[in-house]
Design a protein around this ligand. Sequence first.
Ligand SMILES: [Zn+2]
Length: 161
Amino acid sequence: MSAGGSGPKVSNDLTLLAPKFGQAVLAAIDACQAKGLDAMVFEALRSQELQALYYARGRTIIPPRHTVTNAPTNLHSWHGYGLAVDVVHRTKFWEPEGGESWFRRVAAVFKDHDCKWGGDWTRPDTPHFQWHLCKPSPSADARRLILTGGREAVWRAVNAI
Ligand SMILES: [Zn+2]
């Protein structure tokens, strides 16, 4: 397997997200723009192929020497359901001017648009936002539902459609 340019790609396509969540993210990005925060979505829907690559890093693909995720499938994160996004600065990416305080200002805007922020977790994930009606992480029920009814069944269950 190649760790180079030909592998699975990061998607920032908002049209692949749950409709209400995609609209909320778009409105939040616009509101950030109006405040001069220059935020953009770096990653939206995460494919199983990409999650498998992340999982392999630090395990069968070395370097890195540390693992980057504990989830073997994309169904343990709302990214795998089109119900989460990672947001970074348009030009400075994970290192915006102001650091943590920039992420806090972005989070305040996203919270006004029906999103929960990963920065509020005990193990903070500052670029991460997810649909406000989702539990912190997908349950076994959610994993069953997506396997039997597809993404739209989950979107309906969390009123994101
Ligand atoms: Zn995330």
